[in-house]
Design a protein around this ligand. Structure first.
Ligand code: IPM
Ligand code: MG
Length: 367
């Protein structure tokens, strides 16, 4: 039976629209070859929305996001919007959609494809076969804590933010992380700064408590400074890592660079499951809007295609189709095609469009 899923596409800025077009092609392919149809709506976010509405995320777009089965986002931001007021910067749109949709669990896999092992700045044996899942808390912590701001007190200006976590906030992200660990290798490292920050003393305590429900998972704790060092020293010691919003922001960039190819990494942001088990969800590549190469058909569409694969797996329970797309991507890389960002000697440099086409050709072979 063919199912229909409502997907909101938010291409955003810079290379967002062009990488998104390659996903649209895969969706069209799936509608022809697989038991699924996509009812696609497009919306504006970030700079594109600022240009049209003077607002990085309008209520209409937010309502569309809430009504969709899943949201796929390209990228936001660019130098054009660097000097506008903080409150309407493109990034505010991204933070708002995460918060309003309740997307507290951010899954950031860092996976080294065999064909790209040479792209890492680290030695091959350190990263070959690397497969880490970083679970970043996404709607709390210092990104959203109150009070915040810049104000003058007795003639001196102060900038301040608040790092705050409630027990329920910690508990729910811990649960997602343990569930993930159970589906993977049953190892999980929780990253905090419990030697200095009370909010993460509570973090550690709550993670310990939730751990009792998952006796099979081997849990460890690490301070964030050590974790960043260990990620570079010996990343394969990690499987699932769970951490706060800001530590996750930093560690996930670090983990991304282990793979040597930011242009390859997808992410998923999930909300709480409702009675039917469905979750609000948004999928996006980890890379930014890359304004310097936008509109030139140079960008790597693979991270966005892999984000779409995550959508199939986590929102639509279509793990086989997700695996098929991931395999297609691997095969294209094995075949020697590279976009500029992952170009290596002896390989064939191709455009965004040709890369998308190559994935479809592989899908045709795999189906
Ligand atoms: C990310 C980005 C965002 C974040 C920015 C663009 C607001 O760095 O998704 O990691 O800090 O969360
Ligand atoms: Mg970041």
């Amino acid at each position: 039976m063919t199912i229909t899923k409502k997907v909101l596409m938010l291409p955003g800025d810079g290379i967002g629209p062009e990488v998104m077009r390659q996903v649209q092609r895969v969706m069209d392919w799936m509608a022809k070859k697989r038991d699924i149809n996509f009812d696609v709506t497009e919306g504006l976010i970030g700079g594109a929305s600022i240009d049209a509405h003077n607002n990085p995320l309008t209520d209409e777009t937010l309502a569309d996001a809430m009504a969709a089965d899943a949201v796929l986002l390209g990228a936001v931001g660019g130098p054009k919007w660097d000097n506008i007021p903080f409150d309407i910067k493109p990034e505010r749109g991204l933070l708002k959609i995460r918060k309003e949709m309740g997307l507290f669990a951010n899954l950031r896999p860092a996976l080294v494809f065999d064909a790209l092992v040479g792209a890492s700045t680290l030695k091959e044996d350190v990263v070959k076969g690397l497969n880490i899942m970083i679970l970043r808390e996404l709607t709390g912590g210092i990104y959203f804590g109150q009070p915040r701001g810049v104000e003058e007190r007795d003639g001196v200006r102060f900038g301040f933010n608040t790092l705050v976590y409630s027990e329920p906030e910690i508990e729910r992200i811990a649960r997602v992380a343990f569930d993930m660990a159970m589906k993977r290798n049953k190892r999980m490292c929780s990253v905090d700064k419990a030697n200095v920050l009370e909010s993460t003393v509570l973090w550690r305590e709550v993670v310990e408590r939730v751990a009792k429900e998952f006796p099979e998972v081997e849990l460890s704790h690490m301070y964030v400074d050590n974790a960043s060092m260990q990620l570079v020293r010996n990343p394969k010691q990690f499987d699932v890592m769970v951490t706060t919003n800001m530590f996750g922001d930093i560690l996930s960039d670090c983990a991304a660079m282990l793979t040597g190819s930011l242009g390859m990494l997808p992410s998923a942001s999930l909300g709480a499951a409702d009675e039917t088990g469905a979750r609000k969800a948004l999928y996006e590549p980890v890379h930014g809007s890359a304004p310097d190469i936008a509109g030139q058909d140079l960008a790597n569409p693979l991270a966005t295609l892999l984000s779409f694969a995550m959508m199939l797996r986590y929102s639509f329970d279509m793990g086989d189709d997700a695996t098929m797309i991931e395999t297609a991507v691997q095969n294209v890389l094995k075949g020697g095609l590279r976009t500029a960002d992952i170009m290596q000697p002896g390989m064939a440099k191709v455009s965004t469009t040709v890369m998308g086409e190559a994935v479809i050709n592989e899908l045709n072979k795999l189906v």
